[in-house]
Design a protein around this ligand. Structure first.
Ligand code: HEC
Ligand code: HEC
Length: 265
């Protein structure tokens, strides 16, 4: 008891978040939840409303309605979004895209449009932060039996039962599970063969731009190569085939497969 009252006087410290949440107004709770999660400024709701249709037209196809993720990653947990306050990071990011990874450049959008989209994304983060159960309730809407049939018919050409056995126990939420199977982590897996005048270098790609590629070779050496006209780069992405299948999934298939995989504890 004494300890608890000392903690409340200390106010705002992380360890006492749970106790402090009691007896607060919804607005105060939202503010303290935000501080707890390390979130930034309160989103501008009017800007977010202008950003919503822009997001639906330009981004939802890949990032899902409300940015919860589809074939492109969920933007709710994105560092690019969480590190941004008012579009100062996101606007330049969106203008440039990540072309080599399938994220288009939105070079012709105005500053105002990009900032509105940023605010829209911040509001989505906000919604999720304040209603932790939202995603769990909404993502498990599929039919597990249909999902099982889909996996047996479409996934076993490349995978064995081992990929899916206990897959759900590796993730804390169905949301994380879905993100993993739709968009498995690929950073570590992309390799390249680079042919230069001096010979061919192969290794894992750690960085790539229009001008330069950095490889880690089998012996652990880091090689930086400038991409001149005589340099031939061949990228090998083991997930390319998986990705093109996932791009063809209908919404129902997506939900059914997640519902099925969620039963594989
Ligand atoms: C054609 C599909 C596609 C469209 C359309 C698209 N994106 Fe993306 N986006 C991606 C992919 C794929 C990635 C992952 C790139 C990577 O791995 O670095 C990504 C990454 C991102 C990221 C960084 C996520 C992170 O943390 O790494 C943000 C933010 C983002 N997109 C926002 C948007 C916004 C906003 C729009 C609309 C204006 C949009 N995207 C439209 C496919 C798309
Ligand atoms: C054309 C081949 C191909 C098809 C079809 C395919 N995948 Fe994949 N998938 C891959 C490859 C390759 C990887 C990367 C494996 C690795 O790196 O170990 C992968 C990775 C995965 C992973 C991540 C595994 C891990 O341990 O992180 C999951 C989950 C997955 N696929 C699920 C599916 C599901 C579900 C389907 C069917 C809807 C499917 N895949 C269809 C080729 C395929």
């Amino acid at each position: 008891m004494i300890v608890a009252s000392q903690q409340s006087q200390a106010g705002g410290q992380e360890g006492v978040q749970q106790q402090e949440n009691r007896g607060l107004t919804p607005a105060q709770r939202a503010t303290s939840t935000r501080a707890f999660l390390g979130l930034g400024a309160v989103p501008d709701k009017a800007a977010a409303e202008r950003g919503a249709p822009l997001f639906e037209q330009n981004c939802a196809f890949c990032h899902g309605p409300k940015a919860r993720g589809a074939t492109g990653p969920s933007l709710i947990t994105s560092d690019e979004v969480l590190a941004d306050d008012r579009g100062e990071h996101l606007a330049p990011f969106l203008r440039k895209g990540v072309l080599e990874k399938g994220m288009p450049a939105f070079a012709t959008m105005t500053d105002g449009q990009l900032t509105d989209i940023a605010e829209y994304l911040h509001l989505q983060v906000e919604d999720v932060a304040n209603r932790g159960s939202y995603r769990v309730l909404n993502i498990l809407v599929g039919n597990a039996a249909n999902g099982k049939a889909y996996v047996e018919g479409h996934c076993m050409t490349c995978h064995t039962a081992e990929t899916f056995a206990h897959i759900a126990s590796r993730f804390r939420t169905p949301d994380q599970l879905q993100r993993n199977w739709v968009w498995p982590v690929r950073e570590e897996k992309i390799t390249a063969n680079v042919k230069t005048a001096g010979g061919t270098i192969s290794g894992r790609v750690t960085q790539i731009s229009d001008f330069r590629i950095t490889l880690q070779t089998a012996s652990g050496e880091t090689r930086m190569i400038d991409r001149g006209p005589r340099v031939e780069v061949r990228i090998e992405d083991p997930l390319a085939a998986h990705q093109s299948l996932v791009m063809t999934l209908k919404n129902d298939d997506l939900h059914n497969v997640t519902a099925y995989l969620e039963t594989q504890k």
